[in-house]
Design a protein around this ligand. Structure first.
Ligand SMILES: NC(=O)c1ccc[n+]([C@@H]2O[C@H](COP(=O)([O-])OP(=O)(O)OC[C@H]3O[C@@H](n4cnc5c(N)ncnc54)[C@H](O)[C@@H]3O)[C@@H](O)[C@H]2O)c1
Length: 311
């Protein structure tokens, strides 16, 4: 039985990873300081003897007595609302927090997988984005705190790999969505769904022509697991290459949740990416992965989650 430590286990992706790996018979040590996570995401595991939760800030020293086979480092603010609210903590979790985790992995002789992001490509001048693209990031713009924290996370992970021989994996995750996203986390899909469910105005930033590619959480989790089990140490894009404009997304949601909401437009935030679409040929080649869920099925399952949520 493998023992796996997951940071950010009370968050959206971290809690799904926890469930997935418990089903694969891993013992899980979950770490989270609940900055943006929600204990309700772990409530169903309270009597599970293979799951242990430790409330802890990953930027602080962490002593773990157990042997650990894998570490999945997912703790971080992730939505623009969160990282604009916590700019310094965002930089710290990407830098100090990541180094704590890499040191722990060395000490335990564990394989470590770190969560990077498509935001390392910034407002991209190459489209779709391949892993070889260096990105177009404004380090001192408002989004720089997140983008640069993740670029640093990649840099220090590679340095531990090349200097200390640490077995590392890096996933560049593109927009992922599904149940357990937070109502107020500001990301497009939970935002729009909850605005439509509650018959509020739908708020679009920019003219809605900017594009995003949305990957359903189950597909993302399978991709992450395949990267973890691979022998590949360089970054791999995990995302769904089906690209939609924000206006198209809103129109689809309005058909799935019939209602009479108005749409109102605000200015596009500074440095907001105009396009976003992963090139996943590397994932197809190295880990034989590609997403299966279509957008309508994924959206329906997410809508059902929010409809049933006890707010
Ligand atoms: N959701 C996406 O579309 C997406 C895309 C790209 C990358 N990612 C990355 O995946 C990871 C998880 O994202 P998410 O969408 O699940 O976000 P989330 O906010 O739901 O989860 C992040 C978790 O990290 C915890 N956390 C934050 N700072 C911490 C600290 N100092 N110590 C311990 N715990 C801490 C939070 O409390 C939260 O539970 C993040 O690293 C994010 O950058 C997510």
């Amino acid at each position: 039985m493998k023992t796996t430590l997951i940071t950010g286990c009370a968050g959206f992706i971290g809690s799904h990873l926890t469930d997935f790996l418990l089903k694969k018979k891993h013992k899980i040590i979950g770490i989270d300081n609940l900055l943006t996570g929600d204990e309700r995401n772990l409530h169903h595991l309270k009597d599970n003897k293979d799951f242990k939760f430790i409330k802890h800030d990953v930027c602080k020293n962490l002593e773990i007595d157990y042997d650990i086979d894998y570490i999945l480092h997912f703790a971080s603010t992730a939505s623009p609302t969160d990282y604009l609210k916590y700019p310094i903590r965002t930089l710290q979790i990407g830098s100090i927090g990541t180094e704590q985790i890499l040191k722990l992995a060395l000490k335990k002789n564990a394989t470590v997988l770190v969560a990077s992001t498509s935001e390392v490509y910034g407002d991209p001048l190459e489209h779709p984005q391949k892993e070889t693209y260096f990105g177009n990031v404004n380090p001192i713009g408002p989004r720089g705190v997140y983008d640069e924290a993740k670029r640093y996370l990649e840099a220090i992970t590679m340095a531990y790999h090349s200097k200390m021989n640490l077995d590392c994996k890096i996933v560049r995750i593109f927009n992922t969505y599904g149940p357990r996203m937070r109502v107020g986390d500001g990301r497009a899909i939970p935002n729009f769904i909850n605005q439509i469910i509650n018959n509020n105005d739908i708020t679009i930033y920019g003219d809605g022509s900017q594009t995003r590619s949305f990957c359903y959480i189950d597909d993302t989790i399978k991709g992450i697991y395949k990267v973890l089990k691979s022998n590949y140490n360089l970054p791999i894009n995990i995302g769904n290459p089906d690209e939609y404009s924000i206006n198209e997304l809103v129109n689809i949601l309005k058909k799935l949740i019939p209602n009479s909401c108005n749409t109102i437009y605000f200015d596009l935030p500074e440095n907001d990416p105009k396009v976003r679409k992963p090139n996943i040929s590397l994932a197809k080649k190295i880990i034989k992965w590609e997403p299966n869920y279509n957008l309508i099925d994924g959206l329906n399952s997410t809508i059902n989650y929010f409809l049933k949520l006890d707010k």
